[in-house]
Design a binder for this molecule. Structure first.
Ligand code: C2E
Ligand code: CA
Ligand code: CA
Length: 283
């Protein structure tokens, strides 16, 4: 039995090492991947629940790896955060998304969607953040009001003065700030009140609990209602993520939630597909 146990450990170790090697290889390849244009951005519509129109889009990064094929962000964002390489990747996503939004702006004018870009914790603490954003807006010509930055609770809570200064500077520029996955982290409500935040994005795990009337989890529904009311009390707008059914969309609309995002409306898609959605929308 002892020998077996030993073998199991040996096997476990080999497997773990293989996984570590794979992770290491993935991180090591990132800089070259950026150069070879293996990363690309998809856009998911953010729907105005009252107007039933596309108000904005969220930019979501993907990696087309030459051997592994399509990789979702869950495979590489965490790694890139660990190595700090997320700062370069994030800057690239921001530039790409702003450039794309400018094209829609040229073609569709005021009907063009704003673009919402995810910022990693590391990026929010990068001293170059404000100057990078200013430079990218100037270079692409995107109006600041057409850019939203999504930060998680952990990126904005408990921070030193500098990142807070950065948020104020971005807000003064006219860029919108959203708190991503709201309700899943730890938020200091008194602190939230003093932050230059414009929107709360309620995590999909809450939306999931809003099912057909018969199956609705009443406590969850009240939590969502409370989050929506809290946002409104603070003068913020609300986006609900992960809307997959008509019943959920209806429930959120009734609660006064402004924006919905999810497969019920549209999946993340290429810039070309999004353009055709906009074209059919303005017919
Ligand atoms: P997130 O910011 O919460 O983005 C929403 C995620 O939910 C996306 O996953 C989206 O495809 C997925 N989603 C949208 N609608 C539905 C729905 O109706 N049902 C379900 N089950 N899921 C839905 P994705 O694209 O795999 O991205 C995962 C996470 O990776 C994002 O979560 C975000 O935290 C991170 N991420 C993506 N792009 C970037 C980026 O450019 N920079 C950084 N720092 N993080 C990014
Ligand atoms: Ca997000
Ligand atoms: Ca989210």
């Amino acid at each position: 039995a002892k020998a077996d146990g030993k073998n199991q450990w040996a096997l476990f170790d080999t497997e773990r090492n293989a996984a570590e090697v794979a992770q290491f290889q993935l991180s090591a390849r990132m800089p070259a991947a950026l150069e070879h244009e293996e990363f690309y951005v998809e856009y998911q519509p953010l729907i105005d629940l009252h107007e039933q129109s596309m108000a904005g889009v969220e930019a979501l990064v993907r990696w087309w790896h030459p051997e592994l094929g399509r990789l979702g962000p869950d495979r590489f964002i965490g790694l890139a955060e660990e190595t700090g390489w997320i700062v370069s990747l994030g800057r690239w996503v921001l530039r790409r998304a702003c450039w794309q939004a400018t094209q829609w702006q040229r073609e569709f004018g005021t009907a063009a969607p704003f673009v919402s870009v995810n910022l990693a914790v590391r990026q929010s603490r990068d001293p170059r953040l404000v100057s990078d954003v200013a430079e990218i807006l100037a270079e692409t010509g995107l109006p600041p009001s057409k850019l939203q930055l999504e930060l998680t609770e952990s990126a904005v809570m408990d921070t030193a003065d500098e990142p807070l200064e950065a948020l104020h500077a971005l807000s003064r520029m006219g860029v919108r700030i959203a708190i991503d996955d709201f309700g899943t982290g730890y938020s200091n409500l008194a602190y939230l009140r003093r932050l230059p935040v414009h929107e709360l994005k309620i995590a999909g795990s809450f939306t999931e609990g809003l099912r057909e009337v018969a199956g609705t989890d009443p406590i969850n529904a009240r939590i969502v209602n409370t989050l929506v009311d809290l946002a409104h009390t603070l003068g913020l707008t609300v986006t609900a993520e992960g809307v997959e059914t008509h019943a959920q969309a209806q429930c959120l609309t009734d609660m006064g939630c402004e924006t919905g995002q999810g497969w019920f409306f549209a999946r993340p898609c290429s810039a070309e597909t999004l353009r055709s959605l906009l074209t059919s929308g303005t017919d």
